[in-house]
Ligand binder design. Structure first.
Ligand SMILES: *[C@@H]1O[C@H](CO)[C@@H](O)[C@H](O)[C@H]1NC(C)=O
Length: 190
């Protein structure tokens, strides 16, 4: 059981996350779902790229994409969800004219490089800020080759959160602590 003091501390950390004091939970979430019901908060808890996506194409298509694009950025989502969503944006772009397509592809690339939430590891004192693990399959669209999600520089560079196990993983202990290096990767940051 968590002591009351610890619970109080945890609540404080969670509250301050929205002020970026902790920074890992960049997008507000609770129980694995985005918090977006409070209209006063709307917009603050979404990456700017989703506002752009919403407006990028008509007939409600991009509004629907933007709505779907929040969840893949939440901590518990599988490591490839964000890339799959970026692929879906590019697939969907193909029905529109060249100008709209180009804009949507640029948005998909930006979205792919957006930071994903990771929960701090509260088992350590102070809590360890963790990186998110990397998708280990190539994207379907070449426009996404070599692109990965950003990591907060404040994170412990050696510690990752794996949503598959909900546990901390040390750098190098699993392949997914490094960007996918298979076919299609154009440039490595190593
Ligand atoms: C492409 O589609 C958009 C949205 O329907 C429209 O505003 C724009 O004028 C079109 N551009 C061209 C070059 O057809």
């Amino acid at each position: 059981m968590l002591s009351l003091t610890r619970l109080g501390y945890l609540a404080l950390v969670l509250l301050s996350a929205s002020q970026s004091a902790v920074g890992r939970e960049l997008w507000l979430e609770r129980d694995g779902r985005a918090i977006e019901l409070n209209p006063r908060r709307f917009g603050q808890n979404h990456p700017a790229v989703l506002t752009k996506l919403r407006a990028a194409c008509g007939k409600g298509v991009c509004a629907k994409l933007a709505g779907a694009a929040v969840t893949p950025l939440l901590a518990a989502q599988p490591e490839c969800s964000q890339q799959d969503m970026a692929d879906q944006i590019i697939d969907t772009a193909k029905q529109f004219n060249g100008t709209t397509q180009a804009a949507m592809i640029a948005i998909a690339q930006e979205y792919r490089q957006t930071e994903k939430n990771t929960p701090p590891d509260f088992k350590t004192k102070p809590p360890t800020l963790r990186n998110s693990v990397f998708c280990q399959t190539a994207p379907r669209n070449a426009e996404l080759n070599g692109l990965v999600q950003a990591q907060d520089p404040a994170n412990d560079p050696n510690t990752f959160f794996d949503p598959a196990t909900k546990a901390s993983v040390k750098l190098g202990a699993q392949a997914n602590t490094r960007p996918f290096s298979g076919a299609g990767v154009v440039a490595s940051t190593e």
